[in-house]
Design a protein around this ligand. Structure first.
Ligand code: ADE
Length: 437
């Protein structure tokens, strides 16, 4: 690849003789040429700038000097039909790993380093019309430097290491931050295993490859969620497996068809009654066996899951209702309801048992980790009341629910009859011990 850099401070670019970029130049993988813009000045003082039209502070670089210089450099290398004229400026598009990848595929790059208040705007306008030339104004971050030279160093290093053969082990490009996974990289460790009392995470010395892969993925997700939450929102939903979703839920996210969204889990308030009734009416029928007549389900919904019922539940000090909502829109995503001092039918004399009477999540969010978080929160709330057991009943036919509760630590302890619209249904009773953590 050929890269030309035009600057009034050629020495600023001398670090590009070092390290991997220096080696790439020596081996011919990168043909990098640095030019002094003042070579193309015509006056005695080698002037490159002038005062801005319209007034204001600072100086602007002259288009005539840049025009002569760019014509010479662009035409000097012979015809190329995919030249990128890159102009570093804090007013540019943000330079990212994607930009670096795109530039690594270009035939030639010419970098025009401005100083002062930048280059006369007609220069980019003019070269954008040159056949085969793409002009890109890029910023390396939201801060202002004295000129484009440092940005040019950044761009050349980021692009050069993507050229085939420049980085010795191309695998090291695969998992790094801002790579294809869209996550920040996990932390790395090397010998010695003990250093000043700090140990290496045990899993990394376990030799268990699958556990190491999972641990690294968890670390990458955690770091990204904490440091760069906007990157979490860009993850495609289909790139996230169940373990990812469970972790994201713990970190305050839920995943819908468009990817992760920030969620909030909180105690329900009286104003939630209508939304709770609506969600209950939607989700309860889905948990019923197909053999149950629709009118029986409808009667149950109308008498026990209507808005008035939820108002009563919300006002009852023996009940704990928690909700998961979309943090931005406030939309209700799921809820749990616990009834305190309610012994299981399998053990009517059990003291201090609480019932997980409801746990429902919008069907399109199933498997997204929200229900698990809600159950964990219910369990904590129950533990704080001093209760020792949390139990629930779920229809025998609802295998999905049973598997979910098993993952939450519940075990089947017996059966019960549960009436829906006057019709007795068979439920399994599941229970889990509750301890204060
Ligand atoms: N020139 C001055 N500040 C800059 C920045 N943040 N990015 C690119 N070029 C610049």
């Amino acid at each position: 690849m050929r890269v030309d850099v035009l600057t009034i401070f050629p020495d600023y670019l001398s670090p590009l003789e070092l390290s991997l970029v220096g080696k790439a130049r020596q081996s011919g993988l990168l043909d990098l040429r640095v030019h002094d813009l003042r070579e193309w000045t015509t006056d005695r003082h080698r002037t490159v700038d002038d005062t801005p039209f319209g007034g204001g502070a600072g100086m602007v670089m002259r288009p005539d000097v840049w025009g002569t210089a760019l014509d010479a450099v662009l035409d000097g290398a012979g015809p190329a039909d995919d030249v990128v004229l890159l102009v570093p400026t804090p007013a540019g598009e943000v330079f990212t790993q994607r930009t670096a990848e795109e530039l690594a595929g270009a035939g030639r790059i010419v970098i025009a380093c401005g100083r002062y208040e930048g280059i006369d705007a007609r220069v980019t306008e003019h070269y954008a019309q040159r056949p085969g030339t793409t002009v890109r104004e890029v910023s390396i971050g939201d801060y202002v430097l004295n000129g484009g030279e440092v940005a040019a160093l950044v761009v050349v290093e980021a692009v050069a290491r993507l050229l085939p053969g420049v980085v010795g082990n191309p695998e090291s490009l695969v998992e790094e931050s801002h790579g294809a996974a869209g996550l920040l990289e996990y932390p790395n460790y090397t010998k010695p295993a003990q250093w000043r009392g700090h140990e290496v995470p045990e899993v990394l010395t376990s030799g268990h490859h699958a556990n190491i892969v999972r641990w690294r993925r968890d670390q990458a997700l955690r770091r990204t969620a904490e440091r760069r939450p906007e990157l979490i929102e860009r993850l495609p939903a289909d790139s996230l497996d169940r373990a990812d979703r469970t972790l994201l839920a713990e970190l305050g996210w839920y995943v819908d068809a468009n990817g992760p969204r920030p969620a909030e889990i909180r105690t329900a308030e009286p104003h939630d009654a209508a939304a709770l009734a609506e969600l209950a009416g939607l989700t309860f029928p889905l948990a019923c066996p197909p053999t149950l007549p629709a009118d029986a389900i409808a009667e149950f919904v109308a008498t026990q899951l209507d808005e008035a019922s939820f108002r009563r539940y919300l006002a009852d000090p023996q009940r704990i209702i928690d909700v998961a909502t979309d943090r931005r829109t406030g939309e209700l995503l799921g809820y749990t309801m616990v009834v305190l001092d309610s012994p299981p039918p399998t053990d009517p004399s059990a003291d201090g048992a609480a019932e997980l009477s409801k746990c429902y999540v919008r069907p399109e969010l199933h498997g997204g980790g929200i229900a698990g978080r809600l159950v964990a929160r219910s369990r904590d709330a129950v533990a704080r009341t001093g209760a020792q057991q949390l139990w629930l009943g779920t229809n025998v036919a609802n295998r999905r629910a049973r598997r979910f509760y098993e993952r939450c630590g519940f075990a089947v302890v017996g059966k019960r009859r549960f009436e829906v619209g006057g019709l007795p249904q068979d439920d399994v009773v599941m229970s889990t011990p509750v301890t204060t953590s």
